[in-house]
Design a protein around this ligand. Structure first.
Ligand SMILES: Nc1ncnc2c1ncn2[C@@H]1O[C@H](COP(=O)(O)OP(=O)(O)OP(=O)(O)O)[C@@H](O)[C@H]1O
Length: 433
């Protein structure tokens, strides 16, 4: 569906210009911006039909060469550390305040991990191998010297929904199958008001098309991190994107799949080594914390003597089989705050954080509390919203939207500070951070 629609758009314009982004972080920013802007023009194009295959094969060899050059000269799709993430990872998205579900139909799906884990991860699948030795050594150095975290950015496209199809909205993204590229087609107007399409190509660590299953999403994103959490690593996987673009749909199956793998490792590879698995699930709603596994009990966030942030009163459940984990996850999901926005009838109005903690008791002192070894956190962020998406909504929904955007802005500030190696990271900007 999307391919054909894309072809139509491309051919429908009076001309084509072609932009390729050079840095992954720019990609995230520019990508969000472009997607946001499309709303105003959706459904306004002439629609001559041009199948995707023809469109792609009609690309000139120089275009293809250019694309390869970009890959070889700086688009190593390896694990990104924060130094390679542009400081403007999220900010442009927020001030633009023009998020819309109607033609923004993909989400950025990221995970961050502690430095230790980078070495433990299997080597990435590079669609185009780095051939330049200098580049190779630079990227190796970068991986080694990354002092804070590693980040991997995966984008998943969702299909147009019924509402969008009914409104004859256009699909503005094409993905070359098996590649890490995606193209956003932006309609522009010349000074003489003739329309033309500008193509923007983006490279991410991975790009998943609309027909990709949740299992494949898991394999691409979370699965490689699971063994690492037995090796004193904390990994965080979060879904970012505007309201209605599929964050919850994508995130919900992941913790259960991860738990299955964790239990398998505990019962086989790490058998008799004293590892235990704990589940906790809470949400941040309106700047306050609520335990989703304990009747939405209000929780407090405190810093201990070691400057570690603790969530006081959060219930953790020790689990040893998949069924009990499934029950807990379902219970938490059912308790989560949802509402309706102009863009999503069942919109999550909170950031939901599900944590799978691996603990271990010291041999010989089983009576003492087990110590944490590693943690896998899944954060289903609330969707960012633009003002126009909330005009139909009541006051409460608009207040929620403002609070959500505020916390996402704080998240952006932290990523920016980490990226700039700043001494002060504004983690106190929001409960989320
Ligand atoms: N990849 C997909 N394939 C099929 N349907 C999808 C896909 N992604 C999302 N959807 C559908 O789109 C709708 C909105 O998705 P979802 O609730 O996950 O969005 P969201 O980003 O979590 O929104 P919000 O931020 O408002 O909570 C749902 O009905 C969901 O089933």
């Amino acid at each position: 569906m999307s391919g054909a629609a894309m072809g139509r758009r491309q051919m429908g314009g009076a001309g084509n210009s072609h932009h390729q982004r050079r840095y992954s972080s720019d990609q995230v920013v520019e990508y969000s911006r472009l997607l946001s802007m499309q709303r105003g023009i959706s459904g306004e194009f002439p629609v001559p039909v041009e199948p995707t295959a023809r469109r792609l094969s009609s690309q000139s060899s120089s275009q293809r060469q250019h694309r390869e050059d970009v890959y070889l000269n700086g688009h190593s799709p390896g694990l990104l550390d924060l130094h390679s993430i542009d400081t403007e990872l999220l900010p442009q998205a927020m001030p633009h305040s023009c998020f819309t579900s109607h033609s923004t139909f993909s989400l950025c799906f990221l995970y961050l991990l502690d430095t230790e884990v980078a070495e433990l991860l299997p080597s990435r699948r590079n669609p185009v191998p780095l051939q330049n030795n200098l580049l190779k050594s630079l990227s190796a150095d970068k991986e080694k010297t990354s002092s804070v975290a590693k980040i991997k950015v995966v984008v998943r496209k969702r299909p147009l929904n019924k509402k969008e199809i009914a409104k004859k909205e256009e699909d503005i993204i094409t993905i070359d199958s098996g590649s890490s590229f995606l193209t956003v087609h932006e309609m522009k107007l010349k000074v003489d008001l003739t329309e033309y399409l500008e193509k923007h190509e983006f490279v991410f660590d991975a790009v998943l098309d609309e027909d990709v299953s949740n299992d494949e999403v898991y394999r691409e994103t979370v699965e490689p991190t699971v063994p690492a959490i037995f090796q004193r690593t904390k990994a965080t996987c979060f879904a970012y994107g505007q309201t209605g673009n599929g964050k919850t749909y994508t995130m919900q199956p992941l913790p259960l799949k991860a738990s299955q793998d964790i239990l398998r490792l505990m019962h086989h590879t790490y058998r008799y080594q004293g590892f235990q698995l704990y589940v906790s699930f809470f949400e941040i709603y309106g700047g306050k914390l609520f335990d989703l596994l304990n009747d939405r009990r209000k929780l407090c966030m405190r810093e201990d003597g070691k400057q570690q942030v603790c969530i006081v009163g959060l219930q953790e459940f020790r689990v040893s089989n998949v069924d009990s984990i499934r029950e807990l996850i379902e219970k938490g999901n059912a308790t989560r705050s949802t509402g309706t926005t102009g863009a999503n009838e069942e919109s999550s109005r909170s950031h939901a954080i599900l944590q799978l903690a691996i603990k271990r008791s010291v041999v010989g002192s089983e009576s003492k509390p087990a110590r944490i070894v590693g943690k896998l956190s899944f954060i289903d962020l609330a969707g960012s919203e633009r003002g126009a998406d909330t005009t139909d909504n009541d006051k409460q929904t608009r207040i929620e939207g403002a609070e959500i955007n505020k916390s996402l802005l704080a998240l952006k500030e932290c990523i920016r500070a980490l990226d700039n190696d700043q001494v002060h990271i504004p983690f106190r900007g929001s409960k989320l951070t």
